[in-house]
Design a protein around this ligand. Sequence first.
Ligand SMILES: *Cc1c(COP(=O)(O)O)cnc(C)c1O
Length: 398
Amino acid sequence: MNAKVFMPVIENGDEGLMRPTQVTVNLDALVNNFRAIRDQVAPAKMMPILKANAYGHGLVPVARLMAGLGADYLGVAVLEEGILLRKAGIQTPILVLGGIWGSQIPLFLKYDLTLTASSIEKLHQIDQAAEALGVTARVHLKIDTGMERIGVHDYNAEGFLEAALQCQHVRVEGIFSHFANADAADPSSAQLQLERFQEVLRFYERRSLPLPMRHMANSAAVLRFPEAYFDMVRPGILLYGVYPSAEVPRTVQVHPALSWKTRVVYFKVTKPGRGVSYGWTWTPDRLTRIVTLPVGYGDGYFRAMSNKAQVLIRGRRYPQVGRICMDQMMVNIGWETAYNGDEVVLIGQQGAERITVEDLAAWAGTIPYEVLTNINTRVPRVYVGSETYQQMIADPQG
Ligand SMILES: *Cc1c(COP(=O)(O)O)cnc(C)c1O
């Protein structure tokens, strides 16, 4: 199968010589997820969220795909992610969602990135920096309706919105807020946040001013709060085919785009009583076949999953045993057969069996978001899927 590979060290033509531990990203799945969400939220606009290396799927390729599909806006967390996208030739508007560091404002303006203004002080810093450079800054105002992270509290927002009107070198293009509990079983606190945001927005109505672009919905809100779609939605995890929690209704059908595979690199038989790996936390009680895999916590396969995780080999589930090391780990195949070079699935499907991101999250005591964003950049990403989408993610400079 034709596939585009992103691993800077191995040159094109030598892909077959890459390390066998690889993430495969299915572009068709990403496209289907994007379209399923867009169909659900239309006519609201789409801002795919691409922070943290596009939830581990690869920042630039996913951004090119989303831009190619007609995403209206792209969302990242930090300035540097936005600059990487501009340097990759992406021209779609980009909002940096996180709090800004004052001295970086000129770089936002240089790379035509939209700033999040989260206080009157930051607003003035942006205004002054834009004046000094002789440009107009594109800004989205951040309202805190209950996250207590960044943004001006809804009950203090009037003065903030007022101040924004006075800034000569700022164009308030958007206004937004963020849910703290949209993925919880009980929807009441999310509804409260929604009402607080709506109250803030009445400012524009009272003054007969045009509304900036309003946005609030993360993935969980896309699934269950149509009232929160406003003018644009900000789906992250759902775009990658993973549901934000087990509590939310699955009103949009999505499918995981990422799988993570490696291969058996070593086979041995261990004797009863001889402990395996650091600390000898697991010891066989009979003659047992053990295979070694070239993947470990240095790749993002959490050490906390030691003696809990399972992998797929030859279509069957086997337990990982002993401590997960930085770069390697061992699997107990009992008295079954496996050979050097056999494919091993860490996340994804093999035969009739499947291991999900949710499985890893449960074994590690965390959430799917952390599993995905922790897959290290030293794991090459391989992009498979239709030729049209392969072309969309290709470097326009060749
Ligand atoms: C991360 C993030 C999102 C996306 O959240 P998901 O739960 O992945 O959909 C949306 N908005 C903001 C401000 C975020 O930080």
